[in-house]
Design a binder for this molecule. Structure first.
Ligand code: ADP
Ligand code: TRP
Length: 325
């Protein structure tokens, strides 16, 4: 049986990139026979960049609601808020003491972010160690992540090996990343990678009128309406291709090639497609956003299951380190 584990930070509302790049493939993996999934909201990680507790909590709920909206089976699997299981922070401290300083200072993600951010705090620096703790607490085998997380997974294995060496036995399970090369990078409205940090994302859960405004912002070239257009280089077409059926994509491709079809038409078709294909997730998302108590009780139920496993690992780790009574 494979144990799948992944986390999404609560640093913003879930967008189409998160959904097609992480949530949908994660849920598909969780449905494969023999798999058991541990999906959590990495709210401790988001504290690195987001200090406003109320704001963060709103994002926690939105991300949780998005997992549920796309059909995550929280009864069969484990689903929780990272901050409510204190063992994450405890293990992270122990692992900090097994992490060589240069491993963190040479991390690509740290280098990139520390150049851009105004607030370069120690949490940003030790971020990969908390991530290692998230994974190692639950003896997870497979970690589905984006390409940018590959180095963090290598660090997790390295840190776990160093700990196991001291322990003289394999207390911590070495995980493997699962990086789906087929899952493309979803473009944002400006054509760059869709990301919260670039403010170029499409929030598919917005009310229709607001969603329409976002879709209208998708960048296009200035080819006049009457002229044929190149579908492959157009962002609206790319986004449409990720959601629409094969027949719908073919129709739009021909419309582009034939001319007499403007980018405005394509954007309207994309908007309608989002509303239609995601009608059910939008309904479920809104349901959970309005029924907070129910969402909360789902997370609390998951937290209890997660804590039980986390405590078993922590007990073993404390024993190895000489901290148990
Ligand atoms: P963001 O860049 O908006 O801050 P995160 O880093 O929180 O997104 O990503 C959470 C998950 O969503 C990760 O697994 C990541 O690989 C996936 N993801 C984010 N943006 C995209 C995208 N544009 N295309 C594909 N997957 C994405
Ligand atoms: N660092 C991940 C990201 O930004 C989020 C994350 C935190 C994570 N802990 C994790 C992913 C553990 C996988 C496993 O996308």
């Amino acid at each position: 049986m494979a144990r799948i584990l992944t986390g999404i930070q609560s640093s913003g509302r879930p967008h189409l990139g998160n959904i097609l790049g992480a949530i949908v493939p994660g849920i598909a993996l969780s449905k494969q026979p023999g798999n058991e999934s541990f999906f959590f909201i990495a709210d401790l990680h988001s504290l690195v960049s987001l200090k406003d507790g109320q704001e963060r909590e709103k994002f926690v709920r939105a991300i949780a609601a998005a997992w549920l909206a796309f059909g995550f089976d929280y009864k069969k699997n484990v689903f929780w808020r990272q901050s409510r299981v204190q063992e994450h922070a405890e293990l992270a401290w122990y692992l900090n003491c097994f992490t060589p300083f240069p491993m963190l200072s040479n991390a690509t993600s740290f280098k990139e972010k520390s150049e851009k951010l105004a607030d370069v705090n120690a949490g940003l620096f030790t971020y990969p160690v908390l991530q290692a703790a998230d994974i190692l607490l639950y003896n997870a085998n497979i970690i589905p992540v984006g390409k940018d997380q590959k180095q963090h997974l290598e660090m997790t294995k390295d840190i776990a090996s160093r700990f196991n060496l001291l322990a003289g036995e394999d207390i911590l399970v070495l995980p493997e990343p699962q990086i789906d090369e087929k899952v493309m990078t979803i473009p944002g409205v400006d054509g760059q990678k869709m990301s919260k940090s670039y403010h170029n994302y499409i929030d598919i859960f917005l009310p229709e009128n607001e969603l329409k405004k976002v879709v209208k912002k998708i960048v296009s070239d200035s080819t006049p309406l009457e002229e044929p257009k190149d579908p492959e280089s157009d962002i609206t077409f790319k986004l449409y291709s990720l959601i629409a059926s094969a027949a719908e994509i073919e129709t739009m491709r021909n419309n582009y090639l034939n001319g007499g079809y403007g980018y405005g038409h394509a954007k309207q078709a994309l908007l309608e497609c989002i509303l239609e294909k995601f009608a059910e997730p939008r309904r479920i998302f809104n349901y959970y956003m309005e029924n907070n108590a129910e969402l909360e009780s789902i997370l609390v139920e998951g937290e209890t299951k997660a804590r039980e496993i986390a405590q078993e690992t922590i007990a073993k780790v404390r024993k190895v380190l000489g901290f148990s009574s």
